[in-house]
Design a protein around this ligand. Structure first.
Ligand SMILES: Cc1ncc(COP(=O)(O)O)c(C=O)c1O
Length: 401
């Protein structure tokens, strides 16, 4: 039994979560003040967890430390491939070839590179909105235009608008679709039927597709993730991104796995990518896939309970909030349209009025106004206090109207 109720102090570790919120959420510096001290905030924003990384991973890093030399490192061993591929085979019944696997210091840097390698200067990147903002930033960074296809919100459960998606895919200048599978921030685990429909459109227009599957290990226990690569087994213009970073709280170790099917694209990657890894990260990632599964199982059970608690708490205290339990991720996506006017700055409201740091509003490109995203990967006691403060602040605001 792992203790997910333990509260761990993260201050003074250069953690973005505790020390970087002013710049990230508010584009401000230390001169920005709040009615709360920094240590008094309940932090439910950036997508990392308040839980300790499993001991089996820390042990592997210790073992690597004990070897005492940390020279230039790249994944050469077959063991690393074996660890990642057997994880995918066991959990998702999905295979990829050894030569397809490359590593990157994160999925964000891989997206930044791949947009450049794939899209000519006048070509466009397509993604579904609301969206993880770095999909847009990857286009912006490379001076590529982007096109959004809004998802439809059906009382908290999101679906793709396939007609709109196809219209946008049909533009011959749209050459790359960045797909979030499962989807952040809406929490959708796409069904086989949805994936097949999507795959048919991708194939029809010959799009490149990057399937960002970073959240795939964090499904609710009644859900099943399907890699897009399994639906499109022979499609060469597909890149799959996975990582131990969300799953095992290793984002700071900066290692992710990118499976590139197309040989010519792989050649570009190898000729232009800064191709070294951190030796501690390689040890951590391999150990995670080899030995982290029992911990992950308990984590998912704990997260399921946090979602159930959140659902019940919101129903009791904010009955007009629309929320359905995310099928994957540890992120709750809550519609507060009944409580706020357009253009209200939600992260600012909750920081000032509730002492809660969260993401929301326009932080997800578009089609996200008056929603908040809550990170539920925290001890239950922290979650309870966060929700208590959120509901109290919203109810006080509504009563004062
Ligand atoms: C969909 C998605 N992709 C990528 C990332 C970040 O990836 P990395 O830390 O590997 O750069 C996140 C983090 O929240 C995410 O939600």
């Amino acid at each position: 039994m792992y203790n997910f109720d333990e509260v761990i102090d993260r201050r003074n570790t250069n953690s973005l979560n505790t020390d970087g919120f002013r710049s990230y959420i508010f584009h401000a510096d230390e001169t920005m003040t709040f009615p709360y001290k920094d240590e008094e905030f309940i932090r439910m924003w950036v997508a990392d967890m308040e839980f300790a990384t499993p001991e089996v991973i820390i042990d592997a890093m210790r073992e690597r430390l004990d070897q005492r030399i940390f020279g230039y490192t790249r994944v050469f061993s077959n063991d690393y491939y074996e660890a990642v591929s057997s994880w995918c085979k066991r959990r998702y019944d999905w295979d990829f070839k050894k030569e397809e696997l490359v590593t990157s210091n994160g999925i964000i840097p891989a997206l930044y590179e791949l947009v450049d390698y794939i899209c000519k200067p006048d070509e466009k990147v397509l993604f579904s909105t609301p969206s993880y903002a770095y999909f847009k930033y990857a286009a912006d960074y490379n001076n590529r235009e982007y096109v959004c296809s809004d998802l439809a919100d059906n009382n908290g459960r999101y679906t793709m608008d396939f007609d709109d998606f196809e219209k946008k895919a049909a533009d011959e200048k749209t050459t790359l679709f960045i797909f979030c599978n499962p989807h952040n921030p809406t929490g959708r685990v796409w069904t086989e039927e949805e994936l097949k429909r999507l795959a048919a459109i991708i194939e029809k227009y010959g799009l490149w597709v990057i399937s960002d599957e970073i959240h795939c290990d964090l499904t609710r226990q009644n859900q099943k993730h399907i890699p897009l690569g399994k639906i499109m087994p022979d499609y060469k213009k597909l890149i799959t991104c996975m990582a131990p970073s969300k799953t095992f709280n290793l984002a700071g170790m900066m290692i992710s796995n990118i499976m590139i099917r197309d040989e010519a694209l792989r050649e570009i990657w190898f000729s232009r990518h800064y191709n070294f890894d951190n030796p501690l990260s390689v040890a951590a990632s391999q150990a995670a896939y080899e030995r982290g599964e029992p911990w992950l199982k308990e984590l998912c059970a704990y997260l399921d309970k946090n979602f159930e608690f959140t659902k019940a708490y919101l129903a009791d205290h904010l009955p007009k909030a629309v929320f359905s339990i995310s099928e994957a991720t540890y992120l709750a996506w809550v519609n507060l349209k009944e409580y706020f006017n357009k253009d209200e700055e939600l992260p600012m409201f909750f920081a000032y009025e509730a002492g809660v740091l969260l993401e929301g509003g326009n932080m997800f490109v578009q089609n996200s106004d008056r929603y908040i995203r809550l990170n539920l990967a925290c001890p239950r006691a922290v979650l309870e206090e966060g929700l208590r403060r959120i509901c109290k602040a919203v109810n006080e605001k509504s009563n004062n109207r």
